[in-house]
Structures are given as C-alpha cells and as structure tokens.
Design a protein around this ligand. Structure first.
Ligand code: FAD
Ligand code: NAD
Length: 467
C-alpha cells in the first residue's frame, strides 16, 4: 500500500506529537508514525510520566514518615506492588489513549509501526503494519533517544536494569546499585529508597548531578546521606553473577577497589540519540560527533524539507524542549516566521527536595565572565516552608550587575519544579530583579521566596538579612 502526506512525522513522543498536532491545527495534512499503539513516546510510556507517578508515591511515603515529628503517626506503610504498578500503568494508558483521541479529533493519521526512510520523499513502515510506503512533502524526524549502555554492565541481562526495566516495577530489590548519579539515577534511587531498597549510588564524577549548581544540590545530598550510600569518583569495573544476585567491583579514580554484593543494578549513565535503523543514509544525512542530527534555528536538517526535533536533535534531552521545537518546525513548514530561540529552558530534577533551574547559573556566569549579583533566599526564612516542615530549600536569582536583568533562577525545595515557571517567564520577558521584587506575591506561599530572592539582589529581603 502507498499513501501520501504533506507532513510526515517519524516518532510520536512529546516532540513528534506536538509537531503533528500543531501542523494539523495550521491546516496541514499530517501522518504520524510511531511503534507504540498510541502517541506518547519515551516520556509518556517509559519516562517522565511513570517516573513522576512513582515519585509522587515516594513523596507520600516520606511525608507520612516525617509527620511523626509533628505529632501524627501513621505506622508502617504496606505497599501493594501489583496495585501500585496497575495505578502507574493506568495513568500511562489514560494519557496515551487521550493522545490517540486527540489525533483522531485533529484528523492526524496515526500509523503504528517502525518507519525507515527509503529516499528524500519516501518512508517505509515495517511489514507488521501492512508494509505501507508513505510519500511525503516534508518530514520531521522525532525518533528520540535510548539508554546508553556500559560494556561492563551489558552481560547480566535481567539483573541489570535500564530506566525502562526499573519503571516496570517488577520487584523491590533488597539491595540496589545505581550506576550514574544524574537525573535518572537520582529520581529512580528516590523511588526504590522509598519502596524499601537499600540503595548505593556510584557516580564517576565528584558529586551528584554534575553541572548543576552545587548550592542547589547540597540539600539533596543532605537528604540522601544516611538513607543511601553515595560513592563519588567511582565506577563499576567488573560484574559477576552470583546465583540470584551480582558481585560488583567498584573502582575509585583515586585508586582502590571494593567488592559489593547487590541484587539488582540500575544503569543510568545517560541516553543517546536514536538515529540507527531509520534510513538516514537514504536521506543523505549523518549524525554529528555526539550522535545528534544537526539542525538550524528553524529545526531544518541539511535537507531543507526534512526537520529534526527533540532528543535526536540535541541537548537538553527534555520533553518540553522537544515539544517547543515541534511547534517551531510545524510553523516553519506552514510558512510562518518561527525559530527555536528560547532565552531559557527550565530543568527540573524531581528528587526530594526538587531542584529546578533556568538560564544562567552562578558558575556559568563566572566561567563566561558575566558580572552578576546573586540574590539568595534560604527557605528557613519562609513562613510557608516552615508550615510545611521544609526549611531545607533555597531560591537564587542571578541578575546582571549593571542592569539588574534576571539572567538565571535556581530553586531547591518541594515544589521547585512548579515555582521555576515564574523564573523562566521573567527571563523570557527580560524582567529586572525589581520587577519581580515589586510584584505582589500571595502569602504565605513558597512563591514569595522568588520575590524575596529578587529583593535580595540589590538590598535585603524583608525576611532575610543576607550578607
Ligand atoms: P521520545 O519521547 O524518545 O519519542 C520518540 C518516539 O519515536 C518513541 O516512541 C520511539 O519508539 C519512536 N521511534 C523511534 N524510532 C522510530 C522508528 N524508526 N519508527 C517508529 N517509531 C520510532 N524529560 C522531562 O522534560 N521531564 C521529565 O520529568 C523527564 N523524565 C524522564 C524520565 C525517564 C526515566 C526518562 C528515560 C526520560 C525522562 N525525560 C524527562 C526525558 C524525556 O522523556 C525526553 O526528553 C522526551 O521524551 C523526548 O521526546 P522526543 O519526542 O524527542 O522523543
Ligand atoms: P545524565 O546525563 O543526567 O546522568 C548520567 C550520569 O552518569 C552522569 O552524572 C555521569 O557522570 C554518570 N556516569 C557516566 N558514566 C558513568 C560510569 N561509568 N560510572 C558511574 N557514573 C557514570 O543521564 P541519565 O540520568 O541517564 O538521564 C538521561 C537524560 O534523560 C537526562 O540527561 C535528561 O535529559 C533526561 N531526563 C530528564 C529528567 C527530568 O527532566 N526530570 C528525568 C530523567 C531523565
């Protein structure tokens, strides 16, 4: 069977489906190809959504435990793993089913199967879906990314998990080794700690979440210390199966090795863009040295009518960046003036406490020689934080010294991922610290910490007399 379409979108994740929906809303004829039964991609099926569903339960367990200090004791929780798995799967099914419905409402043709380009205007979808060939005018490559694997961990099959396996929630291992202390390592370690695993995190660099402002990471380190074992400057150098478990050799960069018996290993050492097996050679395109498809501001590849968006098109590998690029590509195809040119892309680690940031951070400013002033507001001075029993947070504003313009915002504490949106808006709109400081924020809320940190850029916040 052969069909034709105006816009072919390969990959139905947050990049691909956002592009397909935007293109359809702009009046274009759209076909969306993905190997799952509905759109959703990694984010909905095996990423953001299942992990945040489980992290919410982890936060509930932690809050219930912490309530004992405030005079409310719930006793030891019982966890029905099957019910929890069903709940997570139901959230995923509801959201992905909803996206399928949105496709139908918008008249986006959804084709399930694996797609491969046969030429600059032709894609084949694998035989499982009937072996269709689709001729297209424009294409958007949104094939996402997949877990990077370490040779040292490859051999032990089901005992070594990637994030997909960990999110399946098959069991709660007694002893879990997490290799890699980035986003996934921190988030999934938090889930399994809350469910009762004994967790060790090994990270090859000297700390958790390398690249993130260490001042924002510190409260997370404090929260994990005593609950998990953290080993920095260390990596796994050997792995041996011992019946139902594993014996792991951990080697420190500074010398010295240790053997550790664990039940399962979670490998979370990064993701790589998915460009293999999609027929890039038939398009005459090749990935760059990091494996990403090079694109311009309009998200066009070297072929003017083929676009690339999302994880396959460069860092940061975040769902909201993918969706934004998807809308840009759709608008460009529809002939509208559009470009991917954000002033800031927010990032959130959904740990406990959460860590969120956007724009220029203190160390970036120092490295780039930008003259900045920092406004800090420790949450120990926030009435709302104290009512929540959470004085461990911090809000930081990075502002250009000469103009007061807000260049970066960083937060750590519960709800940081919600609060960062105000910071992103401030950066996008070119606000100065005084704009935010003089905007009336509701009391008592954690959002006041953004206002007070902005006050702190050039003076003192009402509730905090900083240096
Ligand atoms: P993807 O979501 O990867 O979707 C690509 C789709 O294309 C997939 O369905 C894939 O199967 C399909 N595909 C690939 N090749 C073909 C082919 N040849 N034929 C047919 N279909 C194909 N980001 C956040 O912003 N917030 C979070 O909280 C967050 N949490 C995460 C948690 C985990 C555990 C993981 C793994 C990732 C998380 N991410 C998060 C990252 C986020 O999932 C990605 O940035 C996002 O999914 C990228 O979207 P995308 O559209 O580029 O591709
Ligand atoms: P990551 O790049 O965030 O972290 C990987 C970590 O593994 C790094 O800290 C790295 O130093 C470490 N590492 C690499 N090799 C190692 C080794 N041999 N031994 C020990 N440590 C090693 O990658 P990730 O955690 O796998 O997540 C992949 C991407 O998915 C993220 O970069 C992010 O873009 C996205 N993601 C986002 C969220 C979110 O937005 N909340 C959540 C999960 C994933």
């Amino acid at each position: 069977m052969t069909s034709s379409t105006g816009v072919l979108v390969l990959g139905g994740g947050p990049g691909g489906y956002a592009a397909a929906f935007a293109a359809a809303d702009l009046g274009l004829d759209v076909t969306l190809v993905d190997d799952a039964p509905n759109p959703g991609g990694v984010c909905l099926y095996r990423g953001c959504i299942p992990s945040k569903t489980l992290l919410h339960v982890a936060a509930l367990l932690r809050d219930a435990e912490a309530a004992a200090a405030h005079g409310v004791a719930f006793g030891r929780p019982t966890i029905d793993l099957d019910a929890l798995r069903r709940h997570k799967d139901a959230v995923v099914a509801r959201l992905t089913g909803g996206l399928g419905q949105l496709c139908r409402q918008r008249k986006v043709r959804f084709v399930q199967g694996r797609g491969r380009f046969l030429g600059p205007h032709l894609l084949a979808v694998d035989a499982a879906s009937g072996g269709e060939e689709i001729a297209f005018e424009n294409a958007i490559v949104a094939t996402g990314s997949e877990p990077r694997t370490l040779d040292e961990l490859a051999a032990q099959g089901d005992l070594v998990w990637d994030s997909t396996a960990a999110l399946e929630l098959r069991e709660v291992p007694g002893r879990l080794l997490v290799v890699g202390g980035g986003y996934i390592g921190v988030e999934l370690a938090s889930v399994y700690l809350a469910l009762g695993s004994e967790v060790t995190i090994v990270e090859v660099t000297q700390g958790l979440l390398p690249g993130v402002d260490p001042e924002l990471v510190r409260p997370l380190l404090q929260s994990l210390k005593g609950r998990a074992r953290l080993m920095f400057g260390t990596s796994v150098t050997a792995l041996e199966r011992t019946g139902d478990g594993l014996m792991v050799t951990l080697t420190a960069a500074q010398g010295g090795a240790e053997s550790l018996a664990v039940d399962r290993v979670l490998s979370s050492v990064g993701r790589r863009p998915r460009t293999e097996g999609i027929g890039l050679e038939a398009l005459g395109l090749a990935p760059d040295a990091q494996g990403f498809l090079p694109v311009d501001r309009e998200r066009r590849t070297a072929l003017g009518h083929v676009f690339a968006i999302g994880d396959v098109a460069g860092q940061p590998m975040l769902a909201h960046k993918a969706s934004h690029e998807g809308r840009v590509a759709a608008e460009v195809i529809a002939g509208r003036p559009a470009a991917f040119d954000p002033a800031a892309i927010p990032a959130v680690v959904f740990s406990d406490p959460e860590i969120a940031w956007a724009g220029l951070m203190e160390q970036d400013a120092a490295e780039r020689g930008v003259d900045v002033r920092i406004g800090r507001f420790p949450w120990a001075a926030s009435g709302r934080a104290l009512t929540l029993g959470r004085s461990d947070g911090l809000t930081k504003i990075v502002a250009e010294r000469a103009s007061g313009r807000i260049l970066g915002v960083g937060l750590t504490g519960p709800g940081a991922g919600e609060l960062i949106a105000e910071g992103v808006l401030a950066i996008e709109l070119g606000a100065v610290a005084e704009d935010v400081a003089r905007t009336i924020h509701p009391h008592p809320t954690l959002s006041e910490t953004v206002m007070e940190a902005s006050e702190g850029v050039f003076g003192h916040a009402a509730h905090y007399y900083g240096r």
